[in-house]
Each structure stands twice: as structure tokens, then as C-alpha cells.
Design a protein around this ligand. Structure first.
Ligand code: SAH
Length: 365
């Protein structure tokens, strides 16, 4: 039984001989000693190392996220949380963020929430020491957690996760001539490559996908499901709401969405483990079903563009531009990047999860 909400263990590679040296060497030795490893173990080890050793965000890093594009993103998400909290009767609450990156979203959200009289203490679920330090520089008063288990259990939770679930390890099943196989990662010399492992029982394949052609791939995200269930249990027991933003689809579906990004360009996901960001599209339907199985209410997915428009991004952009007319063009460009369907507006989507009795969050009606 995994620990509550435990997503990635950085010591997934248990053989002693595999714990020394650089990550690619350790993975290669682990595979030589123990045989090919599940894709989820490869992805977990790669991302744990990747995030533990750098701040990947921004123009000089590997990728840019919505809160790093404009303060408007965090402000509007914060206002939506404050509005839910207000309509729920203003219970004692904590602000919780999963994978807060540089702390930018949290700083913007908490500043906007304070204007709406919501001043919850900040709790961050973050495993990377480098990013914890960046978060502490923005929000020195926050409390940090390795997973959900240590979050406060006696107050409502106002939860945000932006581009967090896409970083959690996925498993893949690949259809062979004789049925479905778990996808494993093998190592030839220093090259990592996916191979088909043991056959899995047909019963675990969603009936709608059973007839897929040879070569088809199905993804599952056991770590994300475990975490969502733990989060939903907390919301149901303590009250609260979570807004989760990511890119994804409503599964189950056929498709290989594992991707690597390095220096703002796509890379081979099996190259240089630990040196590039590995992500997979989030299956919103499965996450919603997991939350509902714990008794929580869910809404969405709604397109990020529609959500931000409903939350008033245009009014916010206009008010910021009035105060800083020289920033008008920059604000218009940021608004466009966050909202336009051909930019982030449609690719990124949001789902909300809440305790029964909590109101429909703004923008999800
Ligand atoms: N939300 C931020 C950062 C997104 S990057 C933004 O929008 O800018 C992903 C974040 O999740 C990083 O902070 C990373 O360190 C964290 N993270 C990744 N896997 C994690 C895990 N298993 N447990 C906790 N944090 C994790």
C-alpha cells in the first residue's frame, strides 16, 4: 500500500550497486543487474533527479508555465479559491499547492486572496530542494511537505496544482500480436529503449480499447490516481476545493503521450534520463473518476482560455494596463498567450474537485 499521496520515491532503484554515480549509469547498472524496468520506474527516477538538481523554468531553462507568463494567472486562480471559500462560509483554511515551481503562482494567488480577506497559511507539497529554496525566497512563511500525508488535517484545503500531474510517472501497455504487454525500459550499452515486457491479462484493458491494432499504446498513471484519491479523501473529510490545470485528454484512449523537453525543444524521452523534463498528458476523466470514488464532486475539464475569460482576465489586464501604460503591449501579449485557442488556451484544461456541499467554483458552472 503506497503512503498517502506518495507520488515519486527518489530511491526507486534499490540494488546497492545501482545507487552510486550519475543517474544514467545507475539506471544502466540496475537494468543490467535486475533486467528491464517498468517505464513508470524509469520516469520516476528521471524526474526525481531532474527536479532535484535544477530550476527548469523560464527563458533560460527548459520550459515556461502559465504563472511565469503573467501574474494574472495566479491572481485569477487565487480569486476563484477565495470566492469558493467565501461562499462556503469562510471556514478556517490552508492554501495548498502541489509542485509550486518557483512559488510564483502561490505569491500571486495569495496576494489576490488577501484582497478578498482570505489569508490562509501556505503549505507546499514539493520534493525538489532547489525549488523549495526558490519558493522560500518568495514565501518564507510557508510549510513544506514531501507528500499529502503531513498536510493539516483540521482545516479546509484550498488546493492548486499547475503542470504538476503531467510530471508524475506513467505506465504504458503496448499491443503485440498476441495481446497487451507492459512497456519496460531496457538498456543496450548506454542507450535506453522501450521494449515489450510480460503479457498482461486482457481483463485489465478497457473494453472500448480491446480491439486496438498491434502497436497501439494505452497509458495509465497509478501515481496520479493514488494522489488524487488521497486529495479527494482530504477534501471530503476537511472541506475545500482543488483546481488542477494541465494538458490532457478524457480517456481511456489509445496514444503514446510520453514526451521530453529540453531547452524549449522536444527530445527523445529515453535519452539523458534526469537531464530533461519527462511529461505525459493527463487523463482528466480517470482523475475525476478517482476523486468521485472517494465521494468528492468534480467539474470540468474546461479550457484554460475559457476559465481565465470567465474569471475576468480581460478586466484584470485592462486594470493593470491603466496603472502601467508602458506595459500595455506586454499584458496584451501575455493575455493572448494564456487564452488564445492556438496557444495555451485550449491545450491546457482545468478540473475542479470539491467536498460535497462546497459551491461550484467560479468558471466551472
Ligand atoms: N506549478 C509550477 C511548476 C511546475 S513544474 C508552475 O506552474 O510553474 C512541476 C513541479 O512539481 C516542480 O515544482 C517539481 O519540483 C514538482 N514535482 C514534480 N514531481 C513531484 C513529486 N512527485 N512530488 C512533489 N513535487 C513534485
Amino acid at each position: 500500500m503506497p503512503e498517502e499521496g506518495r507520488a515519486i520515491s527518489s530511491d526507486t532503484l534499490s540494488p546497492d550497486a545501482a545507487t552510486q554515480g550519475a543517474l544514467p549509469d545507475r539506471l544502466a547498472r540496475a537494468i543490467t543487474l535486475g533486467g528491464p524496468i517498468p517505464l513508470s520506474q524509469f520516469m520516476a527516477a528521471a524526474n526525481a533527479h531532474y527536479y532535484a538538481t535544477r530550476d527548469p523554468l523560464g527563458a533560460t531553462g527548459d520550459f515556461v508555465t502559465a504563472p511565469e507568463i503573467s501574474q494574472m494567472f495566479g491572481e485569477l486562480i487565487g480569486l476563484a479559491l477565495a470566492d469558493s471559500w467565501d461562499r462556503a462560509g469562510r471556514p478556517d483554511a490552508a492554501y495548498v499547492e502541489l509542485g509550486p515551481g518557483r512559488g510564483t503562482l502561490a505569491a500571486d494567488a495569495l496576494r489576490a486572496m488577501a484582497k478578498a480577506q482570505a489569508m490562509p497559511p501556505a503549505h507546499f507539497v514539493e520534493t525538489s530542494p532547489v525549488l523549495r529554496a526558490a519558493q522560500a525566497a518568495r514565501l518564507p512563511g510557508a510549510t513544506w511537505h514531501d507528500d499529502l500525508a503531513t498536510l493539516p488535517d483540521d482545516v479546509a484545503l484550498l488546493v492548486v496544482a499547475n503542470e504538476f500531474f503531467d510530471a508524475l510517472p506513467i505506465a504504458q501497455l503496448v499491443k503485440g500480436g498476441d495481446g497487451w504487454h507492459e512497456r519496460l525500459v531496457a538498456c543496450q550499452d548506454t542507450l535506453f529503449l522501450p521494449i515489450a515486457g510480460k503479457r498482461v491479462p486482457d481483463e485489465i484493458i478497457p473494453p472500448s480499447l480491446a480491439d486496438a491494432p498491434a502497436g497501439a499504446i494505452i497509458e495509465t498513471a497509478p501515481a496520479a490516481v493514488t494522489l488524487i484519491r488521497a486529495l479527494a479523501r482530504r477534501l471530503v473529510a476537511q472541506g475545500g476545493v482543488a483546481i488542477i490545470v494541465d494538458y490532457g485528454y478524457e480517456g481511456p484512449a489509445i496514444g503514446d503521450t510520453l514526451q521530453a523537453v529540453r531547452g524549449h525543444a522536444a527530445a527523445n524521452p529515453f535519452d539523458a534520463p534526469g537531464e530533461q523534463d519527462l511529461t505525459a498528458h493527463v487523463d482528466f476523466a480517470t482523475l475525476k473518476a478517482a476523486a468521485e470514488a472517494e465521494g468528492a464532486t468534480t467539474w470540468g475539464p474546461v479550457d484554460q482560455g475559457d476559465l481565465l475569460l470567465a474569471l475576468g482576465i480581460d478586466a484584470r489586464a485592462a486594470s493593470l494596463a491603466r496603472r502601467a501604460p508602458d506595459r500595455g503591449d506586454e499584458l496584451a501579449a501575455a493575455r493572448q498567450r494564456l487564452v488564445a485557442p492556438d496557444q495555451m488556451g485550449r491545450l491546457f484544461k482545468a478540473v475542479a474537485i470539491a467536498a460535497p456541499g462546497w459551491p461550484v467554483p467560479a468558471g466551472f458552472a
